[in-house]
Design a protein around this ligand. Structure first.
Ligand SMILES: [Zn+2]
Length: 323
């Protein structure tokens, strides 16, 4: 078993780690070297750490999503907890270089592993966890347990038997405004879109939006089983915020908020248009995929990895949606 795991680990490492990290970041990678984590300032008092544009693996320690933190006079509010307890601890160490304030709250934008497997680190230090109630059934489902079990294999040793699924302390049903140390956080449900439980966090004084996985900065999103029609509508709703900076769930912060919102929306609508046409014409998926025009998107990071599965999921969705 151990030999088998080790073998898998090396495969993943050579396949993804050395090639993808080395090629995209332009530095040599040693086996023991963790992916770098350096907070970047998004607005006064607000930072984020940026995960790699890759699929999660042992090699990248599942550091493939972003997380944010906002320092106030009465505590630090964290947005998303990263993909392992160890990553969360590293973010905590970075926070402590900036402030001695404790983390008072963690807002979970959605319960995908790369965004919440680090929660227990914050929970252990007394932070209050806020998420949308729509995630609660999933969190207690066999499906969530099965995914955790799979992650213990593919993300070993970073996700292990000590890694647990953590409930929120506050399950929200509706919009909530949180005030911590005089800073306002508008927490707004946007699902079902990327997930049923999507939350975004808007800081009106800073015109800063933490958008979770509703917005992917300069890359193709992972669509998964999401309702892309609702998602596109949610993006239209986000366009109504007066945000000047968006911290997305993946990729760099955007100071061209509208352009990035529109890119994700245009991609979703393109998938729905092309795959919807094929579903209505009862064209086989492979032929439809071959003949679709991907020119606007094929240069974007992650396109090769996720576009085909995105198209396929959309094809199935459009088959269900078509009359
Ligand atoms: Zn996600």
């Amino acid at each position: 078993m151990r030999r088998h795991l080790l073998h898998d680990w090396f495969l993943v490492w050579f396949g993804l780690g050395v090639f993808a990290i080395g090629a995209s970041q332009g530095f040599a990678v040693q086996a023991a070297e963790p992916p770098p984590m350096q907070p970047q300032q998004a607005a006064p008092g607000a930072w984020y750490v940026q995960g790699l544009s890759e699929a999660g693996s042992s090699a990248n320690q599942n550091f493939i999503a972003n997380a944010g933190f906002v320092v106030t006079a009465q505590g630090v509010v964290v947005i998303d907890a990263l993909g392992t307890p160890a990553l969360a601890q590293r973010m905590l160490d970075q926070i402590r270089r900036i402030t001695t304030q404790p983390v008072s709250h963690v807002i979970v934008t959605h319960y995908h592993p790369d965004h919440f497997y680090g929660l227990q680190t914050f929970k252990a230090m007394g932070a209050r966890i806020i998420a949308h109630r729509a995630a609660r059934d999933y969190l207690h489902s066999e499906q969530a347990q099965a995914r955790l079990a799979a992650s213990r294999q593919t993300m070993a040793p970073w996700v292990d038997n000590q890694t647990r699924l953590i409930d929120a302390d506050d399950w929200l049903d509706a919009e909530r405004t949180l005030s911590v140390g005089g800073v306002l956080f508008q927490i707004k449900p946007m699902g079902p879109a990327h997930t049923p439980e999507d939350l975004v966090v808007y800081l009106p004084e800073k015109k800063l939006l933490f958008a979770g996985d509703l917005v992917f900065g300069n890359r193709v999103p992972f669509v998964g089983q999401s309702d892309s029609g609702q998602w596109a509508k949610a993006l239209d709703a986000l366009l109504s915020f007066d945000a000047t900076v968006i911290v997305p769930g993946h990729g760099p912060a955007s100071t061209q908020a509208r352009a990035d919102l529109q890119l994700t929306r245009d991609y979703l609508l393109h998938l729905r248009r092309t795959m919807g046409q094929a579903a209505r014409d009862m064209e086989p998926f492979d032929a439809a995929y071959q003949s679709a025009d991907w020119r606007h998107f094929e240069h974007l990071p992650m396109f090769q990895l996720v576009n085909r599965i995105n198209a396929y999921n959309t094809f199935l969705l459009m088959e269900r949606e078509s009359p």
